[in-house]
Every structure is written in C-alpha cells, then in structure tokens.
Design a binder for this molecule. Sequence first.
Ligand code: S3P
Length: 194
Amino acid sequence: MPKAQSPIMPATETDAILGYLNGRNIVLIGLMGAGKTSVGRRLAARLNMPFTDADTEIEIAAGKTVPEIFTDHGEEHFRQGECRVIERLLNSGQQVLATGGGAYMNAVTRENIAKHGVCVWLRAELPLLMKRVSRRNNRPLLLDGNPEETMKQLMDERHPVYARADIVVDSRDEPHDVIVADIIAALNDLAGNQ
Ligand code: S3P
C-alpha cells in the first residue's frame, strides 16, 4: 500500500521546494555569460514552473532589441524599462525569471525581488564569462573598449551587490544540468531550514 503523504514531510524534493517558495518566484542574477538563461530554462523545467527571460520581455515591450534600445535611447532609458518590466513579471504568477546582468544593481528592483522571490546569484570566474560572451556580439556594454577590462570592472562593482542574494551557486564550465542540481540542492537546504 502506498504510504500516506504527510503535510510535514513532503513526498519529494520538488514538493519541499515549492512549499518553501509558497508562490514566490526564483530569480536568477549574475554577470553576462553566467548562464542565467540556459540554467534558468532547465531549472524551470525541473520544477515544472514557467520560465521567463527579462531581456526578451523588455525587447517585446519596446519592439526593439537590447542593442537597439541602447543605441536609440541610451542606457538610462533601458534601465527604466528593465525595472518596470521586472516588477510586472514578478507580479504575474510564479516563475523562474532570468534577469539581465545590470538589473540587480537597481535598488527598486532589488526590493521587488526580495519581496516576490528567492534570489540566486550564478557566480562565475572571468575566463568563463569571457569565453561565453565572446560567442555573441549582442551586449552593448562590451562593444566599446576592451571587453575583458570592462568585465573586470563590472565584477568589482557588482559582485558585492550580487552577494546579497539568498543563494550563491558557482557557475562552472560544466553541463548546465550540474548547475541546476546545485541550485536545487541549495533550495532544498533553505526549505529544510525554514
Ligand atoms: C547587461 C546585461 C545584458 C543586458 C544588457 C545589459 C548588463 O543581459 O541586459 O546588455 O548590464 O550586464 P545578460 O546578462 O543576459 O547578458
């Protein structure tokens, strides 16, 4: 006979995590190239949650690509749209949300994420980030000057702020599913310790 499920001891890891989240979102933060979108998509599938990429939603809302928004209106305009779109997404049903690398630097966005989500920082070393971002030419912040110097500067500025996340997971040069497993384990720890 199957064992009756106890409300105190959830049947599966996923149930424990979903119970802990209690409707809140999982929000991925980290630098360009950390793997937020690829890892986020797989994490969402594992937890049977919808996945959203904030940059894609910003592009849909603006009817322009991120580089076009930067060129036509400037970074400040992009940041305002980013803050608005993330607030809307955080309030539109439980999901895994991947944010652009600069999003968490905005104090209002940080507050919104804290209110409506559990925040996961995908931390990565410079060589991995550079290897990943060099594959594509779609990051306006890396188009001028020396991309590696820019990335180093962004690491200095942003890592202390990213460190406020609820969970920190090291994004390594491993299959994305390995990183997903680390996030699941960390969420499970939080769920067990609440
Ligand atoms: C940015 C990161 C990008 C995108 C924009 C600005 C940043 O997203 O939002 O180019 O400030 O780090 P990804 O982190 O997904 O590349």
